[in-house]
Design a binder for this molecule. Structure first.
Ligand code: MEV
Length: 299
């Protein structure tokens, strides 16, 4: 039996623009998905295309038990975390010898198939490696970790990433003169933010700008605006939607002392708050009680 876990993710800057080759910054976050795999002759009977994909890709059979701290379909990368944790547990239980880069690329392939062609390579990369990740020129690399105090606000409004990505694509095709400058401005904000991780007030301001630019792309939602405004009024340095928008989640960058107040404001505005920070581990082995087994975790 092998238990592995993998974290969720948020986009700090640059979502949607990355689809058009612009840079972005994503971060692994503390809530995780825990998956236990046990070798068994009888194939697991699951109705998840992600879990099925993991067994199909590796050609083994086993039973699986999942415990998730991440809300699903909310833009926090829960399907990537399930896929990465399941593959890692299968790899361990069956001694397949896959490394992290294999896990990240097979997980992406599985996500792509399960989501009928469109998936985010960022989600599976961030969940596998953890930490702060820069997406640039179509590649992903880890940046030195930063201990940002974040509060996530889940609107509980469901959204479809593929539809929102397609909608922005169509808007760009029909209105390049309007949309290209918005994407350029998102790029500028992302690149400037990278040089200002130490200046939390400025970083918060950049989040506010990025939020406005995403709204200009048409992926805003009244429930997101409500949580973003509530967070700012409660003392956040800045706040923005994170991920595809149209519902899903927002993030607020907060002074340490204001985290609870911001979380309270999000809840009072009908959102579900998660106080969190960076997760630097990525996929990791747990013992059978769900405790981290650092000695056996291979990077
Ligand atoms: C979704 O979490 C982020 C998007 O930029 C899509 C992607 O990066 O694949 C909207």
């Amino acid at each position: 039996m092998a238990t592995w876990s993998a974290p969720g993710k948020v986009f700090l800057f640059g979502e949607h623009a990355v689809v058009f080759g612009k840079p972005g910054i994503a971060m692994a976050i503390k809530p995780r998905v825990y998956v236990t795999v046990r070798r068994s002759r009888n194939p697991a009977r699951v109705n998840s295309p992600y879990i099925e994909g993991c067994f199909e890709e590796t050609g083994v059979t086993g039973s699986v038990y999942i415990h998730s701290q991440l809300p699903s379909s909310s833009g926090l990368g829960s399907s990537a975390a399930v896929t990465v944790a399941t593959l890692s547990a299968i790899n361990d239980e069956f001694g397949l010898g896959l490394g992290r880069s294999d896990i990240a690329s097979i997980a992406y392939k599985i996500e792509k198939k399960a989501q009928r062609g469109r998936a985010s390579p960022t989600d599976t990369f961030v969940s596998t490696y953890g930490g702060l990740v820069l997406i640039k020129d179509g590649k992903r690399r880890r940046l030195p970790p930063e201990n940002f105090n974040l509060v996530i606000g889940n609107t509980l409004v469901s959204h479809k990433t593929s539809e929102l990505v397609a909608m922005v694509g169509e808007f760009r095709m029909s209105n390049p003169l309007v949309v290209d400058p918005i994407l350029d401005a998102i790029e500028a904000v992302t690149l400037r933010s990278m040089h200002n991780f130490h200046d939390l007030k400025l970083l918060g301001r950049y989040m506010d700008v990025n939020h406005a630019l995403l709204e200009a792309l048409g992926v805003g939602h009244p429930a997101l605006s409500k949580l973003v405004s509530a967070s700012r009024a409660a003392g956040a340095y800045g706040a923005k939607m994170t991920g595809a928008g149209g519902g899903g989640c927002m993030i607020a960058l907060c002074p340490k002392r204001s985290k609870s107040k911001v979380a309270g404001a999000i809840e009072a505005a009908d959102g579900k708050a998660i106080i969190t920070t960076i997760d630097t581990d990525g996929a990791r082995k747990e013992d059978e009680y769900g405790r981290t087994d650092y000695l056996k975790t291979r990077r």
